[in-house]
Design a protein around this ligand. Structure first.
Ligand code: XMP
Length: 507
């Protein structure tokens, strides 16, 4: 595997993704928390950073543990750190070094790191400092018009530095640079594949869990499903899954998802807890109060169910890598390390050990592993759906009647998206029931009924989002269908706000 030492760059995760895309396993670690090095570590990458190596309080870890012993690649800040700590000089750039640049590398003594690159290769620069002088044992292996030391090798060791960012797609041959480093310099085999991951993790789970029992709450979403299937492969019926109907799911979702879980062979119990959730939500209108009531009810239900099982010692969870690294990444020079609790307030008395088989995977890798495990596309390709469900899409208080109306509206909207082949072009979509009524006319009669909003967004990770320009004809068809078929709704509007400044959900 490859270790990536994180100095807090916004691109660190992207380096990891690129390495994984090359089928090499890697891990991100904060620069001040080196893991134990063992024979499985084939090389180290130093990330970029928002800091400047010239600042006294910027990260300056002791790299002697691996420098000279393992191949090392410094990217941006990482490269400047190598130069500075080896006796070179780093100074503020005189010319802005942001954006595209052409990297020339010398054909005659082409370094392995830059082999197979075109002689003028587009790279992406993003740095305020630059390396101005280098020690004698450094060889420049690539330059751009304004950056003389764009890429270097330290002689006598397999240590390299590049001031451009190979991980961003604007560095057109960046992946080639990473591949050269991983395969030809570190000697990694490109064997990190979903099939190998499944095999390895199932072995590890078998060893760790033995005959122990595991309980797990499934949500119908991708992460919890894939995590459950991995554990199931390892321990079969010793995995007890619970799927709760909180009365806030989409139309028919409970039955459909429960069936697909049963088809997958999971030992699953569906729990109808609708009334318990509606009671807890009764009369609440404040979004935060609603969320808290739902969270509490969920823990109560889960606890009741878990107590019906005997000798369970583990709690399975679908935590994925971004949740884990978010919590240990370097936040500025002070490097505060928070520990992350994805266990949404699980009560202490449950005293279960947590098992998280997807802790090392990115979302797209979870899907690939899911495919490898034979999970149906209808689960793997699902839009994200919030834990509090339709409760945060019904503004104001929650009643069974309002849920039923919204379920119909949502089913029409999502059904049409699927029918017209638009579902997969949208990252997330849903309908919102507004707490107002409007006047309409149907036949000869005046109506005074509810208004619903439709929302469809494009996003990568939910952190930012754009509203999707769905075709007018499509929106017209959906609107007609909703107003004609859902009793109590006489007006449909389309949400054209982006995040930020709006959010995806309305509450
Ligand atoms: P916002 O509304 O914050 O939503 O832009 C971003 C993404 O997060 C989902 N979301 C939630 N998911 N529990 C969840 O599991 C929640 O309380 C929750 N609130 C929002 C939302 O659906 C979107 O995908």
């Amino acid at each position: 595997k490859i270790l990536i030492l994180d100095f807090g760059s916004q691109y660190t995760q992207l380096i990891a993704r690129r390495v994984r895309e090359l089928n090499v396993y890697c891990e991100i670690h904060p620069y001040n928390h080196f893991p134990e090095l063992d024979a499985s570590v084939k090389g180290v990458i130093l990330s970029g950073s928002p800091c400047s190596v010239r600042d006294a309080d910027s990260p300056h870890p002791d790299l002697s543990q691996f420098r000279g012993q393992l191949p090392l690649l410094g990217v941006c800040y990482g490269a400047q750190l190598l130069a500075q700590t080896s006796g070179g000089e780093v100074a503020p750039s005189k010319i802005r070094e942001y954006g595209r640049a052409m990297l020339h590398s010398d054909d005659a003594n082409r370094s392995v790191l830059l082999q197979n690159l075109t002689p003028e290769s587009q790279v992406w620069m993003s740095h305020g400092d630059t390396i101005v002088t280098i020690p004698d044992n450094f060889t420049i292996i690539g330059s751009t018009e304004t950056v003389r030391v764009a890429a270097f090798k330290i002689e006598g060791e397999e240590t390299y530095g590049i001031q451009f960012h190979p991980e961003v797609t604007h560095s057109l041959e960046g992946k080639e640079v990473l591949k050269n480093f991983l395969v030809d310099i570190c000697g990694c085999k490109q064997e990190w594949t979903p099939a190998n991951f499944v095999e390895e993790v199932v072995e590890q789970l078998k060893e760790k869990l033995g005959n122990d029992k595991v309980v797990m709450a499934l949500s119908g979403g991708v992460d919890s499903t894939v995590a459950a299937m991995l554990i199931h492969r390892a321990i079969g019926p010793n995995l007890y899954c619970i799927f709760v109907d909180n009365g806030l799911l989409r139309k028919d979702e409970f039955e459909q998802v429960l069936h697909s879980y049963q088809d997958m062979g999971l030992n699953i119990k569906g729990v109808n807890a609708k009334e318990q959730f509606y009671t807890a939500l009764f009369g609440l209108t404040d979004p935060e109060d609603k969320r808290k009531a739902i969270g509490r009810s969920f823990i109560e239900v889960f606890d009741q169910e878990a107590h019906l099982l005997t000798d369970v010692s583990w709690l399975g969870q679908g935590t994925i890598y971004p949740d884990v690294i978010e919590s240990v990444s370097v936040k500025g020079p002070s490097a505060t390390i928070k520990s992350h609790h994805n266990v949404g307030g699980l009560p202490d008395f449950m005293k279960l050990q947590v098992i998280e088989p997807l802790r090392t995977l990115f979302k797209d890798e979870v899907r690939r592993v899911g495919r490898e495990l034979g999970i149906v596309e209808s689960i793997l390709g699902r839009h994200p759906f919030p834990g509090p469900g339709l409760a945060i899409r019904i503004l104001g208080d929650i009643t069974a009647e309002k849920v039923a109306i919204l379920q119909e509206v949502d089913a029409i909207f999502i059904g049409k998206l699927r029918e017209k082949g638009l579902y997969n072009q949208v990252w997330q979509a849903g309908a919102i029931l507004l707490p107002i009524q409007s006047v309409g006319v149907m036949g000869d009669e005046r109506t005074y009924e509810r208004v619903v909003a439709l929302r469809a967004v494009a996003s990568v990770d939910g952190m930012t989002a754009d509203w999707v320009h769905l075709p007018y004809e499509f929106l017209a068809e959906v609107s007609n269908e909703i107003i004609n078929r859902v009793k109590g709704v006489n007006r449909v509007v389309y949400d054209i706000s982006s995040k930020p400044p709006a959010t995806i959900e309305w509450e």
